[in-house]
Design a protein around this ligand. Structure first.
Ligand code: 5GP
Ligand code: MG
Length: 178
């Protein structure tokens, strides 16, 4: 039995990323960008998006863990890997795979804002606004998705499915059995 189904195919994703990348280029013209990838889920999206950004764009990586198991989170966040670059005076764009409850990004935004950047904005591949627990509106969002568990294009279920080329919905029987 197939354990996932395609929600957004690879070509549609790549075309939309090009559009959002062009918008960011325009909005930040002449401004120094630090593109911050939230590990690990955002890596595929990040690699696609940064190739639409100016050559002066700096790259850095951060990781946060939200406690919980399976497909739900408890709302507690901890930093597991910090940036290597200073953010002071730079325009930070946090690049994330999916905004769900909004708790992770609220935490990361607050953390980075305390380091006095010129600005902090959020660019997400996917937005699941129906599940929001805190008010968080990403400045850039490629697609709004329904309240389903998404895998592929970097997003995992128990560290698997990240390598799927399309954005997919995981069939509920896969995670409902545990
Ligand atoms: P938050 O609930 O804090 O907005 O999202 C925290 C993290 O939960 C996301 O960065 C992502 O790693 C994970 N997450 C939320 N919804 C999904 C989903 O549908 N699929 C996958 N694979 N991860 C998700
Ligand atoms: Mg994530």
């Amino acid at each position: 039995m197939q354990d996932y189904k395609v929600l957004i195919d690879e070509k549609t994703v790549k075309d939309r990323i090009a559009e959002v990348g062009a918008q960011i280029r325009k909005d930040f013209e002449g401004k120094p960008i630090l593109a911050v990838c939230v590990l690990r889920g955002a890596v595929v999206f990040y690699a696609d998006l940064i190739r639409h950004l100016p050559k002066t764009t700096g790259l850095d990586f951060i990781a946060a863990k939200s406690y919980g198991s399976g497909t739900t989170s408890t709302g507690e966040v901890a930093l597991t890997k910090d940036l290597s670059e200073p953010v002071r005076g730079r325009h930070v764009i946090i690049i994330e795979d999916i905004v769900d409850t909004g708790v992770t990004l609220t935490y990361l935004k607050k953390l980075l804002l305390a380091r006095e950047p010129a600005s902090v904005s959020v660019c997400t591949l996917l937005d699941k606004p129906s599940r929001r627990k805190v008010e968080l509106v990403p400045e850039y969002s490629c697609f709004t998705v329904p309240n389903e568990f998404i895998v592929g294009y970097g997003l995992d279920y128990a560290e698997e499915y990240r390598t799927l080329k399309d954005v997919c919905i995981l069939e509920p029987w896969v995670y409902q059995k545990d």
